[in-house]
Ligand binder design. Structure first.
Ligand code: SIN
Length: 321
């Protein structure tokens, strides 16, 4: 069947931000302009076929929550199930974009394209970057080979697995580390640099709507003089998992490590990642702490939360049998 409709979901962010002066690119309030207004301000979009838009949230993405993620994943799943929908574009703040991208990839595993885009300048800026980013995202979402969750910013396409915000100000604020970007959008055309990232399909889709309480997982960092103080405080508060953003190849100060190992022995799930921006933690034989399988600390945290939520769902199914 021929797909015709394109869905654009708004969640907030700088792309929907307003400043008092057009020359102000940083002193703005995020998430002020509605998705319909954002689309209306991009005349070039109006020739892009049938577009459905929906405001899923209107937030600064630093305040992203599991409740908003669950709502967003539900809307994404809903539209993906419509045979007439070709793809989905999501406008989002840049600050937690990589986390939302990974969450949606894991919870929706889309066979169609789900393209997150954003802006580093508010909608009121003299030269806003949002409209071009949306246009580029639409190009990717309309591409016949595109599938899975990707991020489009400043003409570059990143996979959900690799993307990270790497700059707090530049318009080209995202990187894909040593994996490199998936491609570029140039003058309305997608130029692929590598094979389209194939979404993982080996985990069961979670029944997100049934999750009342998301498992609490926090991140601790290793640094000179790190101790187990934070670990003890977090475990006392009932965290079920901890991701450690280790130094180098996920190395951990002996004092912090002692706290992590005793928490692990008490049943808290511990995962070792790296605070390095590029590369990934390599498995160390004999290391008592599991590594993050190449995920950054923030994505490893989401992976652990989803794993614990799946574990909870399995035990409640066994309990009901
Ligand atoms: C946000 O993440 O919502 C604000 C910052 C941005 O979009 O650049």
């Amino acid at each position: 069947m021929k797909h015709r409709k394109l869905v654009i979901l708004g969640t907030g962010g700088t792309i929907a931000g307003k400043a008092a002066h057009a020359s102000d690119n940083i002193g703005y309030t995020a998430a002020e302009v509605g998705i319909e207004q954002l689309i209306a301000a991009i005349p070039a979009l109006h020739g892009s076929g049938s577009i459905i838009s929906e405001q899923v949230s209107q937030i600064d993405s630093k305040d992203m929550s599991f409740e908003v993620w669950a709502q967003l994943a539900n809307r994404v799943r809903h539209f993906l199930a419509d045979d007439d929908v070709q793809g989905i574009v999501i406008t989002h703040g840049t600050d937690t974009l990589e986390e939302t991208a990974y969450f949606l990839q894991m919870t929706c595993q889309p066979a169609k394209p789900v393209v997150l885009t954003c802006a580093m300048r508010p909608a009121t800026a003299l030269a806003p970057d949002g409209p071009q980013n949306v246009m580029d995202a639409v190009v990717v979402a309309s591409h016949p080979e595109a599938c899975g969750v990707v991020v489009v910013c400043a003409g570059t396409v990143h996979s959900a697995m690799d993307v990270q915000k790497v700059h707090p100000y530049k318009l080209d604020a995202f990187g894909s580390g040593d994996a490199g970007p998936v491609g570029y959008v140039e003058e309305g055309k997608l130029r692929l640099l590598r094979n389209w990232p194939v979404p993982q399909a080996d985990i069961a889709l979670l029944a997100i709507e049934k999750i009342a309480i998301w498992p609490r997982v926090e991140i601790v960092m290793n640094y000179a003089g790190a101790s187990s103080l934070m670990v003890r405080a977090l475990v006392d508060q009932g965290v079920r998992g901890l991701v450690v953003a280790g130094t180098g190849n996920g190395t951990i100060h002996e004092d912090l490590q002692a706290g992590l190992l005793s928490s692990q022995a008490a049943g808290v799930r511990i995962v070792r990642s790296t605070r390095c921006v590029d590369g990934k933690v390599l498995s160390l034989s004999g290391c008592a702490i599991a590594d993050s399988q190449g995920l950054s600390p923030v994505k490893a945290r989401i992976a652990l939360i989803l794993d614990l939520a799946a574990e909870d769902a399995r035990s409640s199914a066994v309990g009901q049998a």
